[in-house]
Design a protein around this ligand. Structure first.
Ligand SMILES: NC(=O)c1ccc[n+]([C@@H]2O[C@H](COP(=O)([O-])OP(=O)(O)OC[C@H]3O[C@@H](n4cnc5c(N)ncnc54)[C@H](OP(=O)(O)O)[C@@H]3O)[C@@H](O)[C@H]2O)c1
Length: 288
């Protein structure tokens, strides 16, 4: 199978290398700049190919993969639809936010269209290809296209689930909350540490094992039972000490502390925290 990738960035490079490891016969790239195109094609070794025009990439490829930034997809789709014959070819993009509907101009001229979203964060081609081995994918699109991708992912031993275009924004919001939201929460914790006089490097190296332990608890026990800490225990005195200290020493952080506390309280109330009086007092302390 020959794969043509438009957009030789982080995910494009990672996916091309992963597809090479999974036996792709050829992985060709077309990108905005020659430097990115050459770098990504070199990464995949002998099967790599550099394209300087999209018409050749379309002609030579069985699969056409779009890994350009989300905002660029409509323009690139238009260009591809105008410059090549995509009839019978599989065309998909890898955005989590957009559905395959954005590929309509290509579907109208006979392409089988889908979106294939990896639930992972990719910083570069090499580490990204390693991560793809255990990545779970969300697939959405035309039945014919989805079934080809299902078959490929099954052979590659990747887990996946199929979603609809309507489900995709909520699905992607969940992925963004977990990945980007966690990063924001860690940054927030570092600000609290800084307010306590603990410098960032020391704080981060202390917090990372705690994050790993928490992820392990979630894996082993599920979300509701994995929750530990003062809110799950209903330790009102501890939350009073937190809010008073933050209000006194870092008042700019209080609102976010309370917002995260309310999220935690909702989880605690699912199974661990049952006392209505404690819940009401915690709600009061965690209200803005
Ligand atoms: N990275 C992730 O963690 C991740 C995870 C899941 C999904 N995705 C999805 O993957 C897609 C790409 O994201 P990314 O993070 O890989 O972005 P990226 O690193 O910025 O790469 C995008 C590439 O597209 C090229 N490009 C931009 N405009 C173009 C155009 N008009 N024509 C041809 N090439 C163009 C850029 O080319 P030059 O380098 O040549 O300028 C760049 O190499 C997005 O849809 C994103 O939502 C990314």
């Amino acid at each position: 199978m020959k794969i043509g990738i438009v957009g030789a960035g982080r995910l494009g490079s990672a996916f091309g290398l992963y597809a090479t490891r999974r036996g792709a016969e050829e992985v060709g790239y077309y990108s905005r700049t020659q430097a990115s195109t050459v770098a990504a094609a070199s990464l995949v070794g002998d099967v790599g190919r550099v394209y300087t025009d999209v018409a050749s990439l379309i002609r030579e490829s069985d699969w056409i993969v779009l890994t350009v930034p989300d905002d660029e997809i409509p323009e690139v789709v238009q260009k591809l639809a105008e410059e090549g014959d995509v009839e019978g070819k599989l065309v998909f993009h890898m955005s989590g936010a957009a559905s395959s509907e954005v590929l309509l101009p290509m579907k109208q001229i006979g392409a089988h269209t889908a979106s294939l979203h990896p639930l992972q964060s990719f910083a570069d081609g090499c580490s990204g290809a390693d991560k793809l081995e255990t990545t779970v994918f969300g697939i959405e699109g035309e039945v014919a296209a989805v079934s080809v991708l299902e078959e490929w992912l099954t052979a590659a031993k990747n887990r996946y689930f199929i979603i609809t275009a309507t489900q995709k924004p909520l699905y992607h919001a969940a992925a963004a909350v977990v990945s980007n939201g966690l990063t924001g929460v860690v940054d927030f914790a570092l600000h609290l540490m800084a307010a306590a006089g603990i410098e960032e490097k020391t704080a981060l190296s202390a917090l990372l094992p705690l994050i790993e332990g928490t992820v392990q608890n979630i894996q082993e026990k599920g979300v509701a039972e994995a929750l530990t800490g003062p809110i799950a225990r209903g330790d009102i005195g501890t939350i009073v000490r937190h809010t008073e200290a933050i209000a006194g020493q870092a008042p700019q952080l209080l609102e976010n502390y309370q917002m995260l506390g309310r999220l935690t309280l909702a989880t605690a109330c699912q199974s661990q925290l049952r006392d209505p009086k404690r819940i009401a007092r915690l709600q009061e302390l965690l209200s803005e």
